[in-house]
Design a protein around this ligand. Structure first.
Ligand code: DU
Ligand code: SF4
Length: 235
């Protein structure tokens, strides 16, 4: 199994009836501003450099963002903020991310989400999070040989990420470290970790959602600092 095959499998997933119904409903009804566009309406795969040292982990696709464009964080304000930061800090070749054929390339980074289908009110249920976790596990396993740092956007991704790294055999401290902006935890690989796994630096950042970026809770500078720390951690 390689990343391309995995992402193809993810795109075909229909495991969560509520999310399948919602993603397809949103795609069929659309938003007036995008009425002339074909929505993706399916699970959103990860995107980036298959030899990534940095994993950026978000929550879930936005109904009219990635659920419309088919690329993670692409086509909404959260993505605008994230990709501009990835560009400023040297992880992306351009500051904007508008569609799958816009020429965006990541260098050394892979961006993904803990839940792959757009949830109503951006809130997946615990059962949906659990159902989707094996996709992240599989993705991290494939990225493991080059992975050094993980930037987790928000408390939800933090929980999901710790679950994944623990299941895959990295040693997660107990009690589990709490999410905070600027939180930094070293995860050494245990005996059960993938063969080429290295110690990971897990970094917390407030999520790039508008409620954080418009209010100044998360500034460009704050996110840049975390992404630059990830670069040093991965060096
Ligand atoms: O065709 P390809 O060069 O393997 O790229 C597939 C896909 O992944 C394309 O949308 C660019 C992206 N990508 C990237 O962002 N960074 C890389 O290092 C390699 C591929
Ligand atoms: Fe499948 Fe995940 Fe979408 Fe549920 S949220 S249908 S597990 S891809």
């Amino acid at each position: 199994m390689d990343l391309e095959a995995l992402e193809r499998d993810i795109v075909g997933c229909r495991a969560c009836p509520r999310l399948v119904a919602w993603r397809e409903h949103v795609a069929a009804t659309r938003r007036a501003a995008f009425a002339d566009q074909e929505y993706w309406g399916r699970p959103v795969p990860g995107f980036g450099d298959p030899a990534a040292s940095l994993l950026v982990l978000g929550l879930a696709p936005a109904a009219h963002g990635a659920n419309r464009t088919g690329r993670v964080f692409t086509g909404d304000r959260s993505g605008d903020f994230l990709f501009a930061a990835l560009h400023r800090t040297g992880w992306a070749n351009q500051p904007t991310s508008v569609s799958v054929d816009d020429g965006l390339r990541l260098s050394g980074a892979w961006v993904t989400a803990s839940v792959r289908c757009a949830p109503p009110a951006n809130a997946p249920t615990p059962a949906e999070r659990e159902a989707c976790a094996p996709w992240l596990d599989a993705e991290v396993r494939l990225l493991a040989p080059t992975l050094r740092a993980v930037v987790v956007l928000g408390a939800f991704g933090w929980q999901q990420g710790l679950g994944t790294f623990s299941r895959l055999g990295w040693q997660v401290p107990r009690p589990r470290p709490r999410f905070a902006h600027g939180a930094r935890v070293k995860l050494p690989p245990g005996p059960a970790a993938p063969p080429e796994a290295r110690p990971l630096t897990l970094l917390g950042s407030y999520h790039v959602s508008q409620q954080n970026t418009f209010t100044g809770r998360l500034t460009e500078r704050m996110l840049d600092d975390v992404l630059l720390t990830a670069r040093v951690a991965g060096a």
